[in-house]
Design a protein around this ligand. Structure first.
Ligand code: BT5
Length: 268
């Protein structure tokens, strides 16, 4: 099947009420998060989506780069104007991750997992990442942009540079090319349902915790200039990682990077 993206093709199969209905498809852009931020500042409505085939300056957290060759991945950003307190923003990262896992299961049968705080993983490899960026008004969230990068058909061996963790892709794991459009539709469908539930007061925390492959593992967490080692015991309601150190102390980590001790599991 021809897997080309365009606004017309995306809208033709979209099953959502509002998510993706205001859609900007760009063949290429520096970063979908940056483009959507400009639109948000101009008053773009909740549910607006910017999607591209190629980012020349795709971003991860902490100024890192997100690399993806043209036409092989899903690279999109979604605009939310949620009724949430500022410290609850991680809930949007949670529902994006869970929706990605849902869509992957629906379209490929693959059982993907999540890695704290923002990775989508399968069989020891990073399949995707979420970059959630916030604009505040006092202690309330004004708007939130959730950027999602998902490795659909890329060849992980072709990614440039040294990666924080081994990368993988859906095609690599299932042994065939995966069409991006049905995957996108499934993702947006699941995410809209999850967002509506969140706005009705249903917390995704429990389901997210169950999907985290980080819990129950011995981990090393790098957070700012600190390094914390211990057992990843759980996650707080707003997404903080709870790490039990050897001395018995429980550390609450709000942001950071986790490696599982004993090294990453080998890719198939
Ligand atoms: C993330 O950051 O994982 C968030 C990535 C979000 C990307 C989306 S794409 C659409 C939207 N627009 C943007 O500009 N960004 C968002 P972090 O946890 O900081 O991980 C970044 C690290 O992942 C990099 O430093 C690399 O080591 C690695 N990496 C880069 N590209 C990768 C890829 N395609 N697959 C796996 N790992 C990758």
């Amino acid at each position: 099947m021809d897997d080309a993206l365009s606004s017309e093709r995306i809208l033709a199969g979209l099953e959502t009420r509002f998510l993706g209905r205001h859609l900007l498809y760009l063949p290429e852009t520096p970063s979908t998060n940056d483009r959507l931020r400009s639109l948000a500042q101009e008053g773009a409505p909740e549910g607006s989506v910017v999607i591209t085939d190629y980012q020349s300056a795709g971003r991860g957290r902490l100024g890192r780069r997100w690399e993806a060759p043209p036409g092989e991945c899903l690279l999109l950003s979604l605009l939310f104007r949620p009724q949430l307190a500022a410290q609850q923003v991680q809930r949007l990262t949670m529902i994006c991750g869970l929706a990605a896992v849902d869509a992957i299961a629906t379209e490929t049968g693959l059982d993907a997992a999540l890695k704290w705080p923002n990775d989508i993983v399968a069989r020891g490899g990073k399949l995707g990442g979420i970059l959630t960026e916030v604009s505040h008004q006092a202690d309330r969230l004004d708007y939130v942009i959730a950027g999602v990068g998902l490795n659909v058909n890329l060849d992980p061996a072709a990614l440039p540079g040294r990666l924080l963790a081994p990368a993988t892709s859906l095609a690599h794991l299932v042994g065939r090319r995966v069409d991006r459009l049905p995957l996108l539709w499934a993702f947006l469908r699941s995410l809209e349902a999850r967002y509506l539930a969140l706005q009705d007061g249903v917390s995704p925390h429990q389901e997210w915790a169950e999907r985290l492959d980080t819990l129950g593992q011995s981990v090393t967490v790098v957070t700012g200039d600190r390094l914390i080692e211990g057992l990843a015991e759980g996650v707080g309601a707003d997404g903080a990682l709870l790490v039990r150190q050897a001395n018995g102390q429980l550390q609450t980590v709000v942001a950071g990077d986790v490696t599982l001790r004993g090294g990453a599991r080998p890719l198939p």
